[in-house]
Design a protein around this ligand. Structure first.
Ligand code: 5GP
Length: 192
């Protein structure tokens, strides 16, 4: 998605540890016009898929998922980060290792909000090593529901998540795939 690539080049900041900061337009301040284009693009890509629900993870995925959901006219469920102490039989849970904070936490979704007839589109802001997505896929499958597809705004193609998730046989579409980024001179290359 050209508009997104241009915006990442213009406003993205490359940090150490393979972190790309896009908090001026995606996950702190949010450019709603851009997110509307993101939502439309996901709708175009997954047109004809029988999606009845969008699943994302708090916090950064929520805004993107909500805007996307307006094009699909379906509800959004977000996985919550939880203290393990709260986990009981009423929730599906998965362990996720945070890429940006380097700690492991549990995420939960109430069993009330995913059921076997659900056909789910998973949405998130970033894909790095794929741990967050693997956890969300696990939750959907534990509920007996189906993952119809995954929409990611920015995939870092030089990290392992893309291959891991595509090898699980799920349709994964990323609107921008960063092939390489150089913290020293600030250059970013995209996969075309
Ligand atoms: P993964 O589980 O694929 O390793 O990491 C995905 C999660 O980590 C995303 O939900 C996102 O919040 C965060 N993340 C991973 N890489 C980056 C990055 O380069 N920049 C930002 N802002 N978040 C990232």
């Amino acid at each position: 998605m050209k508009l997104l690539q241009d915006r990442i080049r213009r406003d993205g900041v490359i940090k150490s540890g393979n972190v790309l900061k896009v908090d001026s337009f995606l996950n702190h301040q949010m450019d709603i016009e851009l997110l509307n284009e993101v939502g439309k693009e996901f709708k175009r890509i997954f047109e004809g898929y029988p999606i009845n629900k969008i699943l994302t993870i708090e916090a950064s995925g929520i805004g993107i998922a909500c805007i996307t959901a307006q094009y699909f006219k379906v509800p959004v469920v977000f996985a919550k980060k939880a203290q393990s102490i709260n986990i009981d039989g009423a929730v599906y849970s998965a362990k996720i290792e945070s890429f940006t904070h380097k700690k492991t936490y549990d995420v939960i979704v109430s069993k009330k909000f995913i059921s076997p007839e659900d056909r789910i589109l998973i949405i998130d802001d970033f894909l790095a090593n794929g741990c967050a997505l693997a956890g969300l896929i696990d939750i959907v499958r534990s509920a007996g529901a189906a993952v119809e597809g995954i929409g990611i705004v920015i995939e870092k193609g030089f990290q392992s998540g893309g291959e891991l998730i595509r090898n699980m046989g799920v349709r994964l579409e990323s609107l921008a795939i960063v092939e390489s980024m150089n913290a020293e001179n600030g250059t970013i290359e995209f996969r075309e």
